[in-house]
Design a protein around this ligand. Structure first.
Ligand code: PSU
Ligand code: MN
Length: 310
């Protein structure tokens, strides 16, 4: 458990949690490492508004001066979004202790945001796309074994994470296998396919499919009541109007992954590198899809939190 002196919960967020009103945690790595300025700041603000429009209180999570902040001010969001490249750490479970000890700003990935949310008794989190099993992680001449800490966190921390599917840069079938092995339910809302991040579909049947957010809430409640300890991965497709054409995505992702191999970029730097490269290869079209799906996820997460609180 995170000690109280390492956790700073914003007063509005704390009051909502205390009163049993709906709250949604929002991760911040997509602000510092996932999107360029000014789109990162726009999407952070729009996500908070989308959560509010759904009747919940937003709590963007980050780390500063040795404490996990649950709920950021507008000035905090701006500081994160405009920080010079490389000055904000990307913080996940393995790097959380070091980041706290070192001070300075840190942006939380899904795994670190889940830890903070759980410590603050927040049950719902929104992101763009979760991390997962990277292409080439398993098999091939030299497997990288690059598997996101997000997956292990979902296996051990009871928070519902709303996303638009695993990121398209990943090996999506292996990511789903990993989640199944580790006991994480993956539920798609309003579609039979696993949502494909930039695209509405992935061609992969969803392990669980439900018609609407009310049904997700029933699943999350039942899963939680069993005390199994794991989270739930909720996948909702990018809005139709904002989706990227399948061939555009496929070509850009394949080229970016090939270039990453040649360049030798690896570890926590890999995902931000790939997202930035895909943005360049698609002339920014991927950024428009990414921002739209993030805000949509925040909206759905707000509805889910409201349904769980009601
Ligand atoms: N969704 C996005 N953009 C992002 C991320 C999610 O649309 O940048 C971030 C999340 O913070 C997620 C992280 O936890 O990418 C995964 O990084 P890695 O593959 O290094 O675990
Ligand atoms: Mn990794």
């Amino acid at each position: 458990m995170i000690p109280a002196d390492r956790l700073a919960v914003d007063p509005e967020v704390a009051a909502a949690i205390r009163d049993g009103r709906p709250v949604v945690a929002l991760e911040s790595t997509l602000i510092s490492h996932g999107l360029p300025y000014p789109q990162n700041l726009e999407v952070a603000a729009a996500s908070e508004l989308a959560v509010r429009a759904s009747g919940a209180v937003p709590a963007t999570v980050a780390l500063n001066a040795g404490r996990l902040l649950v709920g950021l001010s507008a000035a905090d969001l701006e500081a994160l979004a405009t920080a010079p490249h490389g000055s904000v750490r990307k913080v996940s479970r393995p790097s959380l202790g070091h980041a706290i000890a070192s001070g300075g700003w840190g942006a939380t990935t899904v795994s670190a945001t889940m830890i903070a949310a759980h410590a603050a008794a927040i049950r719902v989190l929104a992101t763009g796309g979760i991390g997962g099993v990277h292409r080439g992680a398993i098999g091939g001449a030299r497997p990288s074994l690059d598997i996101s800490a997000d997956l292990e966190e979902l296996a051990r921390t009871p928070v519902a994470v709303v996303c638009a599917g695993p990121k398209a840069i990943l090996d999506v079938p292996l990511t789903l296998e990993y989640l199944e092995t580790r006991g994480v339910p993956v539920v798609a809302v309003g579609t039979d396919e696993v949502p494909g991040f930039y695209a509405r579909g992935s061609g992969i049947p969803a392990p669980i499919s439900v018609p609407d957010v009310a049904a997700v809430a029933a699943l999350v409640r039942a899963h939680g009541a069993l005390g199994l300890g794991s989270g739930v991965l909720v996948c909702t497709p990018v809005p139709e109007a904002d989706a990227l054409p399948d061939d555009v995505t496929r070509n850009a992702v394949e080229q970016a992954v090939r270039e990453a191999e040649h360049t030798g970029v690896s570890g926590p730097a890999l995902t931000p590198w790939l997202l930035a490269r895909i943005a360049a290869l698609t002339d920014g079209a991927s950024i428009a899809a990414n921002t739209a799906l993030i805000v949509n996820d925040a909206r759905v997460a707000g509805e889910l939190a409201a349904a769980l609180a009601g």
